[in-house]
Design a protein around this ligand. Structure first.
Ligand code: AHR
Length: 549
């Protein structure tokens, strides 16, 4: 946390540096100040820690949708499958990534899902019509298979409940099936399915996007809030240690955005631990005017959404005179705008149809880097977040019959998973800015603002003294210098310095050309108390440093 003394000292430093503080700008609250020209500068002090960084903020999501499960993670009969039918190439990738938590089974799918269809002997599981995506669901992969797969890749399961067609009765039975040891109807059913030990699932979503007219069983806010409260109360009788996430607004564009969240929480605040946020972004005429500079500023829209929903939570906390502060679960976020309508979203009653297979380019990857920065710098409030999704469906990994492709967006996500460790440091960043305007854009993302060219987060691992920097240069034309001033800890060695950049912002990887958008080594500055990184135009860069202090 920044003390007022730290802040006075910081402002004095800015004054000397001739910086113009963007007075009144909300960007100040997330650590940014505007300078007129010259290099960006950041002050890094060890005690100025934002939060303990919970790796769950770098989670992901697997839905029964398109080829995410079937031919994505599960393909019995494939030469790449293990004895359980899990794709070994995909499992290896995900294990190597170190994805900490995976949300399952939906998404929209969950609102029509009967979890009982997906457990027990596979030969007896019914094939059903999934009404969310108009697809055939064979149920050959279900909850126990998912938990097995999570154990294989080292991820924690985050299970979603059916609040669409589902009842509180069956939701509570699901918790009993998963988490009760033995001696009850549903725990014994699990044991009869070959799982003697309980799955001990801690994190649960109480439905999915229940405010959406597209959602099976859409509810009004207060009706949903009451159902969530009742179900949550019963779930806690079954297992006291659960972490329960209420459905928040499904996007900032919803007509009831923030009102939905307030009304839901007024009904169920005492029974839940977190509330969900969802957001999908795109470089489209209505959202950005097809303007990449505006597009690369969209992670600041995510920062704003986090602040706004956090404010609603705090408001209801005050109303309820509660000691409990809710955390946020940003459990669906990504770029998604190309494969978003028509055949890309209609399964036409096929099993494992090709749906939502978004192809990601360089500019998408840079923005995903920005989202990672936003989530990390808000990790004091956001405990869980899920890149939506993990394989084939709006995903960093794509499969075909012979292997796996890393899309451009794989790299910023992989860097955060690999290098961000320990504490997120509370930085003050001065940066030259560029203007964006709201004129002609859809209101949920449209703002008149000044956007810093450089976006930076830093983590420090107290165990081994390693610091990591994740740096976005939004300048499309020019290299930007970033001067880092270290206090209390001093870098002694640069362990890694890689960048993702290129001349063609629209370049993407394919199975034929898998290396069109891949990281390259960047010449790092000499380690020391003052380091100047030269960030290439339109780039996202990671550096890992050994420090002493
Ligand atoms: O992730 C794809 C879909 O987007 C999810 O099913 C739904 O929750 C959201 O609208």
């Amino acid at each position: 946390m920044t003390t007022s003394c730290d802040r006075r000292r910081f402002l004095a430093t800015l004054g000397k540096a001739g910086a113009l503080l963007a007075s009144g700008s909300w960007l100040d609250a997330i650590g940014y100040a505007q300078t007129s020209r010259g290099p960006a500068r950041a002050f890094i002090q060890h005690p100025r820690v934002r939060a303990d960084f919970d790796r769950r903020v770098l989670g992901s999501f697997l839905e029964h949708l398109g080829r995410a499960i079937y031919t994505g993670v599960y393909q019995p009969g494939s030469s790449l499958a293990d004895s359980k039918g899990f794709r070994t190439d995909v499992a290896r990738e995900i294990k190597e990534l170190g994805v900490p938590i995976v949300r399952y089974p939906g998404g929209n799918f969950v609102s029509g899902y009967n979890w009982l269809d997906g457990v027990g002997p596979k030969s007896q599981r019914p094939t059903v019509l999934d009404r969310a995506w108009n697809s055939l669901e064979t149920n050959q992969f279900g909850t126990n298979d998912f938990v097995d797969w999570c154990r294989l890749v080292g991820a924690e399961p985050l299970l979603g409940m059916n609040f669409g067609t589902g009842t509180a009765e069956m939701a509570v039975a699901y918790v009993e099936y998963c988490n009760v040891d033995k001696g009850t109807k549903w725990s014994e059913l699990r044991r009869s399915h070959g799982y003697q030990q309980p799955h001990d699932v801690r994190y649960w979503c109480l439905g999915n996007e229940m405010d959406g007219p597209w959602q099976i069983g859409q509810l009004q806010a207060r009706d949903y809030g009451r159902k969530a409260r009742d179900t949550a109360r019963q779930m806690r009788v079954i297992d006291r240690g659960l972490q329960l996430i209420a459905c928040g607004s499904s996007s900032t564009g919803m007509p009831q955005y923030l009102v939905w969240d307030r009304e839901v929480l007024e009904e169920c605040y005492d029974q839940v631990d977190g509330i969900s946020l969802h957001a999908y972004y795109g470089n489209t005429q209505p959202l950005t005017g097809n303007n990449t500079s505006r597009y690369l500023a969209m992670n600041l829209d995510m920062d704003r959404q986090i602040r706004e929903i956090g404010a609603v939570c705090d408001y209801v906390q005050g109303l309820r005179r509660s000691n409990k502060r809710l955390w946020l679960s940003f459990d669906e976020w990504n770029v998604w705008y190309r494969a978003r309508s028509g055949n890309a979203t209609d399964g036409r009653r096929q099993a494992a149809p090709k749906l939502l297979e978004e192809v990601y380019n360089l500019e998408d990857a840079l923005l995903v880097g920005g989202f990672v920065n936003t989530l990390l710098r808000n990790s004091e409030r956001v405990r869980v977040a899920c890149l939506a999704q993990l394989v084939n469906v709006i995903a960093p990994l794509v499969t075909n019959d012979s292997g796996t492709l890393r899309q451009s967006t794989y790299y910023p996500y992989a860097w955060a998973l690999r290098y961000a460790r320990g504490h997120v440091l509370d930085l003050r960043v001065e940066s030259d800015t560029y203007p964006i305007t709201a004129a002609g854009l859809q209101p949920e993302f449209a703002r008149n603002d000044q956007v810093p060219y450089v976006d930076l987060v830093a983590t420090l691992d107290g165990q081994n003294g390693q610091a990591s920097l994740l740096m976005l240069n939004r300048d499309l034309d020019a290299e930007r210098e970033l001067v880092l001033e270290w206090r209390d800890v001093t870098p002694t060695r640069v362990l890694t310095c890689d960048t993702l950049t290129g001349s063609d912002l629209k370049a993407f990887n394919t199975f034929e050309q898998p290396k069109r958008v891949v990281p390259q080594r960047l010449e790092p500055p000499a380690p020391g108390a003052r380091m100047t990184f030269k960030l290439p135009p339109r780039s996202y860069t990671v550096a890992q440093l050994a420090t002493t202090g």
